[in-house]
Write a protein that binds this ligand. Structure first.
Ligand code: UGA
Length: 430
């Protein structure tokens, strides 16, 4: 895209900040990314990408060679000539479930005096309603407007999601500030929702909470299907054909996890409580998600006769989903921990994990993990798992049960290889 002449600063080079920075440079803006970690900045300048994200390395390289993307350690150096400053900082979960804003507010206080006259500050981090006002206060700059522009990037497809968004949400109580931020995305020709700050901040939480509730519903339906002789794959296909429902995000699994859904659902429950509303539906979804994982844990334990003490469990997949190396709040890893806590020996394999994690033994291959194991469980939907020769799995295992928490294997092929296969909500193989 042609040079826009707009100077953008992105503070924080996590997966959101780095993706946003590289994509904004691709769209024609001049982007300076700042990160407090000197090691991270040095690595990025060498073109080494610290996260596993499809297409990101090419974009960073293209940005660096066009001169439109640079990396610095000093926030003040990064903001001094910026027209728009994006805050892409972590907002981890506090002990009480609320989002911890200390990083966001500390950076706002730091950069306030150094911002260019009339600059716009954008909150990209997931922050509760009211944060824009708190950031404005920390900035201490009446001439600088704070805009909420939440991200809807999923890990593993962040670049694609940024460049092909379903919508761009821009919230501001100042129309021209909103317009300036929306204009950055103009080359994408995306549907843009321009609204007030509180609504923009809420759209992010509402979207993630809705998706989490939807998955909880599917996982509960899977359990019902399995018990009643229906097949969740047929059920979700039939449901998804209704345009009001849609086909995406209907795959049962071991429960939702990752760095966003658990944190954002807890934060929305908490914010609602603070405003005097008991979000019982969302609380129930959080509980049902944990219950669902226990149900699958029960299947694995049942496969070895009800007591896993001293038994060997092979586990395929540790990341919270395929296509990422992220282990944060991973249901697969939680299953591993639960099994270890019950006395099992867990040997895991994950294509992105090469060293042992949290006391879980990590094997070099899917087959190596199965060696002499009493049961095989599958926790992450890596496509390569469906390529493994199941007769070799059957001969490597000491036992014969496979508990596929992602429905990635072909049930008839598993049966043909002599395995006792069970999935999530599948007819006839429960
Ligand atoms: C999620 C949202 O999808 C993004 O839109 C949002 O921007 C992001 O959170 C965020 O707030 O930053 P992400 O956490 O990367 O993205 O992962 P998802 O692909 O949404 O998956 C979340 C969880 O749901 C995973 O545990 C995944 O395995 C599970 N899932 C997803 C299913 O079990 N079934 C599905 O059909 C889809």
């Amino acid at each position: 895209h042609p040079d826009s002449g707009v100077q953008v600063c992105v503070i924080g080079t996590g997966y959101v900040g780095l993706t946003a920075g590289a994509c904004l440079a691709y769209l024609g803006h001049r982007v300076t990314c700042a990160d407090a970690s000197a090691d991270r900045v040095a690595a990025l300048r060498r073109g080494t990408i610290p996260i596993y994200e499809a297409g990101l390395d090419e974009l960073v390289e293209a940005g660096a060679s066009s001169g439109r993307l640079s990396f610095v350690t000093s926030n003040l150096d990064a903001v001094h000539d910026a027209d728009v400053v994006f805050l892409c900082l972590p907002t981890p979960q506090d002990a009480d479930g609320s989002a911890d804003l200390s990083r966001v507010l500390a950076v706002a206080a730091e950069i306030g005096a150094s911002l260019k006259e009339g600059a716009v500050v954008v909150n990209k981090s997931t922050v509760p309603v009211g944060t824009a006002a708190r950031v404005a206060e920390a900035l201490g700059r009446p001439d600088v407007h704070v805009v909420s522009n939440p991200e809807f990037l999923a890990e593993g497809s962040a670049v694609r999601d940024f460049l092909n968004p379903d919508r761009v949400v821009v919230g501001s109580d100042d129309a021209s500030a909103a317009e300036r931020v929306a204009a950055l995305y103009a080359p994408l020709d995306a549907r843009t929702v321009v609204t007030d700050v509180a609504s923009a901040e809420t759209i992010k939480y509402a979207s993630n909470a809705y998706l989490a509730i939807r998955l909880t519903f599917v996982n509960s339906m899977a359990a019902v299907c399995e018990a009643s002789g229906a097949d969740i794959r047929a059920v979700t296909e039939g449901m998804g054909a209704d345009r009001r429902i849609g086909t995406a995000f209907l795959k049962p699994g071991p429960g939702w996890g990752g760095s966003c859904f658990p944190k954002d659902t807890a934060a929305l429950v908490r914010t609602s409580e603070e405003h005097g509303f008991d979000f019982s539906l969302l609380r129930a979804a959080v509980d049902a998600n944990a219950q669902h994982r226990r149900w699958l844990l029960g299947k694995i334990v049942g496969a070895v006769g009800g007591d896993v003490r001293g038994r060997r469990v092979a586990l395929w997949g540790l990341t919270f989903k395929a296509g990422t190396d992220d282990l944060r709040d991973s249901p697969a890893l939680e299953l591993a921990h639960d099994l270890v806590a019950l006395g099992a020996q867990v040997r895991a394999y994950d294509p992105t994990v090469t060293t042992d994690v949290d006391g879980i033994d990590v094997a070099r291959s899917a087959l190596a993990a199965c060696e002499d194991a009493d049961v095989l469980a599958i926790g992450t939907e890596w496509p390569e798992f469906s390529e493994v020769d199941l007769s070799e799995v059957a001969s490597a295992l000491a036992g014969d049960v496979v508990v596929d928490c992602r429905n990635v294997l072909d049930a008839p092929a598993a049966a043909a290889a002599g395995l006792l296969y069970t999935g999530v909500g599948l007819r006839g193989v429960g």
